[in-house]
Ligand binder design. Structure first.
Ligand SMILES: [Zn+2]
Length: 139
């Protein structure tokens, strides 16, 4: 067992290994496997094969800089995706008390108290002012 471990370490030396994208590919594989079992659709096995080839290619790759760039791109996309759902969750949670409005100058999303009428808002990020109108809510 110790000898096998030594051989594996020697084989993996200078190779990329696993990262967040590799884990996501593994999760995608499991999801595709479940879909394949449930539906029996042959397209899923093609996707599963491609997924496994990509996963092992990345894991055993010696081009570490390229694999890091791929992982960074994946993390950026994942962050945008998660931020979108976090904002959606907050909007639903606060819909009675607050409105969310995008600053027209810097695109920052502002959380403002829900008060009916027209308001002048000063963005805390870019310090510019803009007018907005809230149609529903307390006076
Ligand atoms: Zn702004």
């Amino acid at each position: 067992m110790e000898k096998f471990k030594q051989k594996l370490l020697q084989f993996m030396y200078g190779r990329y290994g696993n990262d967040q994208l590799g884990t996501a590919l593994l999760i995608a594989y499991i999801v595709l496997l479940v879909l394949q079992i449930v539906s029996g659709w042959p397209l899923f096995s093609v996707l599963m094969t491609a997924d496994v080839i990509w996963m092992f290619y990345r894991c055993f790759s010696r081009n570490i800089a390229a694999r890091r760039r791929e992982n960074d791109a994946f993390l950026r996309i994942r962050k945008k995706f998660l931020d979108f759902f976090k904002l959606l969750r907050d909007r639903i949670r606060d819909c009675r008390t607050h409105v969310y409005h995008k600053c027209p100058h810097c695109r920052a999303v502002l959380r403002l108290p829900r008060r009916r009428g027209e308001h002048s808002v000063r963005c805390p990020r870019c310090s510019k002012t803009f007018n907005m109108c809230v149609f529903f809510g307390r006076k």
